[in-house]
Design a protein around this ligand. Structure first.
Ligand SMILES: Cc1ncc(COP(=O)(O)O)c(C=O)c1O
Length: 405
């Protein structure tokens, strides 16, 4: 039985909405994007969301809005996808990588050690859908000594008066941290709707605003919306209204707006996300969990605790005591049986570009230890119980073979 890793969830309902959008005469940012922003804000329990064309663009826009630039430092976990870190480099700031804990989440103690007077932001990553320990991170940024050494360089930074917590929530739409949906926990959170994510718009992202007083969410929404579309005072939809042609460019902006074609997909998926999408993913997680729980060869990922509920994005199984090479062989053997597995993620210090920035994986032992024995198992809407059983069987067989070599 062939089991792909993560095909996008596209059904007739989505196709019909995309076709309706194409026929509507308005395909780029317009009414559907606006509605999607409102629905996402409602879903997360916040006032304002800005939709963009990727999470990468959303993270970078947030950093640039905050005024991150040369001389600043931004702390990012070593165990993540390159998108979480590259945005810091794009802004010309110094990337500071820190190690993760055994849940693959940024380790607050390492963050505390890495903070300097130049630290302007932390980008915790809700890896594979599990929210980070935001309370501990906020304890750090609100620590009196750390606040005192914070050096604001503009009015926005002065108003916040501390390090910004910018959550990379690319994986965690629908997850909960202490009873609150992600998107409403950090100062700013950014979701991804890339093709492999729980909810996809083919490409897309959303910036969720949750800044404390004196920030006005409505005003920041307007600023970021403008910044995402060339800094132009009116979007194309508004400009096409008769007599409304004149516009101004208020800031030198960027081009990363979401299209209505993308928003149409997002609207359909969000409407049924809690009732239809998440329960299927949870069922798959539970099935994997039960299948591996009594087998001492495996270490299971945490995905539900009293404080946390995952978005069930990717099931990150660890195989105890195996080497990186053995892990690769297991995945290869599974592939020979047409079952796709994956690794989330290769820690950044192991990748050429980050080595060239001076990072060395030896300084991130926990990231490496977890990466070396990690195997990501498929989780998606159309993955049937038979396919899940096939994944479990194929994996256990491959592990037995590799361990007996
Ligand atoms: C942890 C993480 N952050 C950010 C991104 C970037 O998302 P996007 O492709 O929407 O830019 C990804 C993409 O896979 C990711 O895995």
């Amino acid at each position: 039985m062939k089991v792909p890793f993560s095909p996008p969830h596209i059904d007739d309902k989505i196709i019909a909405e995309v076709v309706a959008t194409l026929r509507s005469g308005w395909i780029t940012t317009g009414p559907r994007t606006k509605l999607f922003e409102q629905k996402l804000a409602e879903y997360c329990g916040i006032q304002h969301v800005i939709c963009v064309n990727s999470a990468s663009a959303g993270l970078e826009l947030a950093l640039r809005w905050f005024g991150i630039g040369p001389g600043d430092e931004v702390i990012v976990p070593a165990y993540t996808y390159t998108a979480s870190a590259e945005v810091v480099v794009h802004c010309g700031a110094k990337l500071v990588l820190v190690d993760v804990n055994d849940n693959l989440l940024i380790d607050p103690e390492q963050v505390r050690k890495a903070v300097t007077p130049r630290t302007k932001a932390i980008i915790p990553v809700d890896i594979v859908g599990l929210p980070c320990d935001y309370q501990q991170l906020y304890d750090i940024v609100n620590d009196a000594t750390i606040k005192q050494q914070f050096q604001p360089a503009n009015d926005i930074q002065r108003n916040l008066g501390r390090i910004l917590v910018l959550s990379d929530a690319a994986h965690s739409l629908g997850a909960y941290y202490r009873g609150r949906h992600t998107g409403s926990v950090a100062d700013i959170s950014v979701f991804s709707f890339h093709a492999v994510k729980n909810l996809t718009t083919a490409e897309g992202g959303a910036i969720c605003l949750n800044l404390p007083e004196p920030f006005l969410s409505e005003q920041i929404h307007k600023e970021l919306k403008t910044l995402s579309l060339h800094g132009q005072s009116k979007d194309a939809f508004t400009k096409t209204k008769a007599g409304s042609w004149r516009y101004d460019v208020q800031t030198i902006g960027y081009k990363c707006n979401m299209t209505d074609v993308a928003a149409a997909m997002g609207l359909v998926e969000l409407e049924r996300y809690d009732e239809e999408i998440l329960p299927v993913r949870k069922h798959i997680f539970d099935t994997y969990n039960q299948a591996f729980a009594d087998d001492p060869r495996f270490r299971l990922p945490i995905y539900e605790t009293e404080e946390l509920q995952s978005s069930y994005h990717v099931f990150t199984l660890r195989v105890n005591g195996i080497s990186e090479e053995q892990r690769d062989t297991i995945i290869m053997k599974m592939a020979e049986n047409e079952v796709a597995a994956n690794v989330h993620f290769i820690p950044l210090p192991m990748l050429t570009a980050y080595k060239e920035l001076g990072f060395d994986i030896q300084e991130f032992p926990n990231a490496y230890r977890n990466y070396a024995c990690e195997i990501s198992l498929p989780v998606y809407h159309t993955l049937t119980d038979e396919m899940v059983a096939e994944v479990i069987h194929t994996l256990k067989k491959a592990v037995t073979e590799v361990l007996s070599l």
